[in-house]
Design a protein around this ligand. Structure first.
Ligand code: FBP
Length: 553
């Protein structure tokens, strides 16, 4: 069946991303300059022993110049999209493709299907010009799909090696978040240790915005996803103001860090936004968090405002100290009790196995929660050992607890309003949107740059494009060693090397900006309505980046 494109898709496919000036003459016109050796963020000696071949690599910076090595011989490169979808992934593939073909028309790009399992099972597709062209500037990862398989056992590493050797690949590009790029680092190390000249390069992807540091100013997808969420949250704010009868509790994606919630709060100015990192820093209990919301509801009711909007990051549950302890206890228990749990089918039996293995206070906390939340907390962890917070309906838990708290305040004569609440979860809606101008351009540059790193034989690097608040021509491409972003963390009950997640910094400009405005937002209706992403029109609306990026730069 022929693919039917919307009018917008047809026009949007003509968008030509601007390349950073340094990359304009193509890969043969770029020279890598190597900086000083790097160090991991912490746990240096453990990481050095885990990554003897790739630890401490220098930063790579690109400048213009005739590169006599690149393009001489043709290369074969494999690419994999890994983890959750993020707007712009197809443009990473387009950037990779264009750079490879520009360096040498005989270069070949193949895309592994369905994420890392495509590497293990040797399933791939040839990325040809007609295929790549069909997906330029579109959202989604459907050109080659994605997956969350973690390559971790010796058999899996060996299978990856065999696939790369069978297909005579010179390079592998892993497009992923912190966990997938940790996998990329492990593969780079493994191939070097095996004496294979296969370069492994990562590309920073995640709508969560938590893969960033001094050299990675933003992960791709955050810009578009937060614009989509801001549009709908803004619409809800306007509905609230129009009907004046509901409190809306909106949970927003962002597995661990609260960057998405913070960005959407800065853009839309709701009455309340909880930031997980602050909850943790203040060691706020669940009861305290609930009381904070109930007090805001009561204060607004005094001025006859029985309506409002609360934003909740999906990762909040893991930041509440007692819930954090419960989740970490559950992580260890679920891993240790896996065979027993697999042998029973009813939820009651599972809960009783888990509760009896937990400490008494944690078992009591688990049992005190509504059964639906208990079941969601006990769901299987993802292959990287993360609890699936997208499945935990924290917004519903909070609404129920706020109702109970308001009843107490009412009995004490401290609240006389009406509380009708509506819950929402915005997550998957934002992950495959058509990339904004920023993401379309950034992704293309990241892909192009990843090809340049691979063509220069660099391995164990993350594609880095900096200076992002300036026009794209002035962006600065280069490579950051993956091990320089790592530390050791406990996953599935074991110490593992991982790329450190960048959480919201409470002394950072975005949080400070929010802190300054938030008290007045509780009572005022200072909502802002950002509206939909604009792809055409004045640059002041089409090319605007996130508040987070603007404030951080
Ligand atoms: P990545 O870290 O892989 O980019 O995924 C992020 C995310 O979108 C989270 O915000 C969310 O909690 C999770 O993926 C949902 O995972 P899944 O797609 O497996 O349901």
């Amino acid at each position: 069946m022929p693919t039917i494109k919307s009018e917008l898709q047809i026009e949007r496919s003509k968008f030509k991303p601007t390349l950073p000036a340094v990359l304009r003459s193509g890969p043969t016109g770029v020279l890598p300059r190597m900086g000083k050796p790097t160090q991991s963020l912490s746990d240096q000696s453990s990481l050095q022993s885990i990554f003897p071949k790739t630890y401490g690599l220098p930063l790579a910076v690109f400048s213009k110049g005739r590169n006599a090595v690149v393009g001489k011989k043709s290369i074969r490169l494999g690419v994999v999209l890994s983890g959750g979808q993020a707007p712009g992934g197809h443009n990473v593939l387009a950037g990779l493709f264009d750079a490879l073909k520009k360096a040498n028309p005989k270069n070949k790009l193949i895309g592994f299907l369905g994420g890392p399992s495509g590497i293990l099972e040797n399933k791939w597709v040839d990325l040809t010009a007609p295929l790549v062209d069909r997906y330029r500037n579109t959202g989604g990862f459907d050109m080659i799909q994605s997956g969350r398989t973690k390559i971790e056992t010796p058999e899996q590493f060996n299978a990856a090696k065999q696939t790369l050797e069978t297909n005579r690949l010179d390079a592998l590009v892993v497009v992923g978040g912190d966990d997938s790029n940790t996998n990329a680092a492990l593969l780079a190390e493994y191939f070097k240790a095996q004496g294979l000249a296969i370069s492994v390069v990562g590309v920073p992807k995640t709508i969560d915005g938590d893969l960033k540091n001094e050299d990675i100013e933003a992960s791709f997808g955050f810009d578009t996803a937060t614009k989509i969420y801001s549009e709908v949250v803004g619409n809800i704010c306007r509905d609230v103001l129009s009907a004046q009868k509901y409190w809306h509790f909106v949970r927003l994606m962002g597995r661990s860090a609260s960057h998405i919630t913070l960005e959407v709060a800065l853009k839309t100015q709701p009455n309340l936004a909880l930031i997980g990192e602050e909850v943790l820093a203040k060691k706020m209990t669940l009861a305290q968090g609930v009381d904070q919301i109930a007090q805001a509801v009561a204060r607004r009711a005094e001025t006859k405002k029985n309506y409002g909007v609360v934003l909740i990051p999906e990762g909040l549950i893991e930041f509440i100290p007692e819930m954090k302890d419960l989740i970490s206890g559950l992580n260890d228990t679920l891993a240790a009790q896996e065979p027993r749990l697999a042998s029973v089918s009813s939820f009651e039996e599972k809960r009783s196995i888990v509760a009896s293995a937990l400490s008494a206070p944690l078992a009591a906390l688990l049992n005190s929660l509504p059964q639906s939340i208990q079941a969601q907390l006990m769901l299987d962890r993802d292959p990287h050992g993360n609890v699936q917070v997208s499945q935990i309906e924290t917004e519903k838990l909070l609404v129920e607890m706020v109702k109970t708290r308001l009843a107490v305040l009412k009995a004490e004569g401290k609240y006389a309003g009406k509380f009708a609440a509506i819950t929402h979860f915005f997550g998957y809606e934002g992950r495959c949107g058509a990339p904004s101008n920023f993401d379309a351009t950034y992704c293309y540059a990241l892909g192009y740059n990843a090809a340049v790193l691979s063509l220069n034989g660099l391995s164990g690097y993350l594609s880095s494009v900096k200076n992002l608040t300036q026009p794209a021509a002035q962006w600065v491409p280069g490579g950051v060693p993956l091990t320089s972003m790592m530390n050791v963390e406990r996953r599935k009950g074991k110490e593992k090397p991982v790329i450190q997640k960048a959480l919201v910094k409470l002394d950072g400009p975005p949080f400070r900006a929010f802190e300054k405005m938030r008290d007045s937002l509780v009572l005022e209706d200072a909502y802002v309505y950002p509206g939909p992403i604009q792809y055409f029109g004045p640059s002041s609306v089409t090319d605007i980046t996130t508040k987070t990026l603007q404030l951080e730069s």
